[in-house]
Design a protein around this ligand. Structure first.
Ligand code: G3H
Length: 475
């Protein structure tokens, strides 16, 4: 089936197409336009800029109303939307539904938070600042065209978490969905169109970013970029852009540090949930576990029991482990396992995989050392390295040697000294006694080092896509 995409208020086609695959059988399920002509791309951004010039002057009420209508549309069509996600990226149907519901909530929370932000302009107070006869008020205003580049793993939620802050504050938006994710991206553009966003305010640019990416990110009308993807591309974007607002979410290698005084049952539960949910294809998935020699067997036995009970299958059966996004991902995961085994790791489960549907059964890779690639690389798959430590300091040092620093978890029953320890870990957020995750969406979400730049989360995303304008009245 051939899809058209929303550009400047109309659904357009292109001569060249991008194929969308069903990861569960490697079959092509659809074609979407591959918009790659430089002039065409420049015109899209120019029109988005023109649309912004009008949209910025709409009332807050008008924009909030449009977003609330979009939230209602997501609710109304949630079964259909979940089905599209589930087919396109092989996410379990139930999890896909949760993703749609979370996205509708995201829209409503954004409207709520934006109104609070706008009701609080920054005001200099004469009595505090000893400034006489001057009242300065700073208003939050949009920046212009926002470019959103979205990943495959949350094709609706990570789109909405960029779309909502951009539009509520009066920007226009060009979003590039991941090719595996473009069917839901296009469907959202249809719903956006139905609720009545003005022409050119929202554009869904399906394109092969490997070829056109630089054109997109360096376009003169782009004033803010929100990118979720890998560090190689993210760092490249940072290098070739200047004087624009950048938010980059670039993956992670989130550690779970299990201390000797942990509740091991709780730790094992959270680790398995955090490592294997959506087959480990989450930037915040737990991707390495640190445990002392003393408690290694206790923890690994508990983890193994829970891993052996994980359900594996196709998305419509709602298992925990579903097919990986494509055959390259399967091959990559297997290469990490092979490398680890060659260097002395022990894999506790039988290695079971199927190239026809990209299913890889979950694996616990034990006795991992720093010589192994799996200790450092991000698999984005259901494989979990276990590393034993001699001292907490050794564990912290190893954790901090990673290029990544998104989130981390510490499991302990001693809350008294935990903050001191947590502060030593180089990551955006440290979760105590819980697996790492982006939500609740109102919290700031960010990484350090190669995990990212800039801050997401409902309020911070609005701040990243707006600037301020001051009016100083001298009486
Ligand atoms: O994959 C990256 C996502 O931002 C992670 O979100 O923690 O809700 O799974 P999550």
């Amino acid at each position: 089936m051939n899809y058209k995409t929303l550009i400047n208020g109309a659904f357009v086609d292109a001569k060249e197409k991008l194929a969308v695959y069903n990861p569960s059988n490697n079959q092509i399920i659809a074609y979407v336009p591959n918009i790659h002509d430089e002039n065409e791309i420049n015109t899209i951004f120019e029109n988005a800029h023109k649309a912004y010039l009008k949209f910025k002057d709409t009332t807050i009420e008008c924009r909030c109303d449009l977003l609330l209508k979009l939230a209602d549309k997501l609710d109304k069509h949630k079964q259909e939307l979940a089905q599209i996600i589930s087919t396109e990226i092989a996410k379990g149907l139930k999890d896909s539904l949760i993703e749609v519901e979370r996205s509708a909530d995201y829209l409503r929370e954004t409207v709520f938070e934006y109104q609070k932000l706008m009701q609080k302009p920054i005001i200099f107070d004469e009595t505090v600042h000893h400034v006489k006869n001057k009242v300065a008020t700073y208003y939050r205003i949009p920046v212009g065209v926002v470019l959103a580049i979205c990943p495959f793993n949350y094709p609706i939620n990570l789109l909405i978490s960029k779309l909502a802050p951009a539009l509520v504050s009066g920007n226009s938006l060009v979003y590039k969905p991941s090719t595996q994710g473009s069917l839901i991206g296009i469907r959202i553009s249809e719903l956006v169109h139905e609720v009545g966003f003005p022409k050119g305010v929202v554009n869904c640019l399906t394109t092969e970013a490997r070829i056109t990416g630089d054109l997109l990110v360096t376009n003169k009308y782009v004033k803010a970029i929100s990118f979720t993807g890998g560090p190689k591309v993210g760092n490249h974007i940072a290098e070739i852009t200047s004087k624009i607002s950048l938010v980059l979410e670039l993956g992670g290698k989130d550690p779970a540090l299990v201390l000797d005084d942990a509740d091991f049952e709780l730790a094992a539960n959270e680790i398995v949930k955090g490592a294997y949910g959506f087959s480990g294809q989450r930037c915040t998935a737990i991707k390495r576990v640190f445990v002392s020699h003393k408690n290694h067997d206790l923890l690994v036995n508990l983890i193994n029991k829970k891993v052996d009970a994980l359900t594996v299958g196709l998305p419509q059966q709602n298992p925990i482990i579903t097919p990986l996004i494509n055959s390259n991902s399967l091959k990559y995961n297997l290469s990490l396992v092979e490398d680890a085994i060659k260097k002395g790791a022990i894999v506790h489960q039988k290695i079971v995989y199927n190239e026809k549907n990209n299913l890889l059964h979950p694996l616990v890779i034990d006795n991992v050392t720093k010589e192994m690639r799996v200790a450092w690389e991000e698999p984005f798959g259901p494989i979990l390295p276990i590393i034993t430590y001699n001292s907490i300091q050794e564990a912290i040092d190893l954790i901090n040697q990673s290029q990544y620093g998104l989130q981390a978890c510490i499991f302990t029953t001693n809350y008294a000294s935990i903050e001191q320890l947590a502060l030593q870990i180089e990551s955006g957020t440290i979760n105590i006694n819980k697996s790492s995750s982006r939500g609740p969406d109102i919290l700031p979400f960010f990484g350090v080092k190669d995990s990212g730049f800039g801050i997401q989360g409902i309020v911070d995303a609005i701040l990243s896509m707006t600037t301020i304008k001051g009016i100083i009245i001298n009486k």
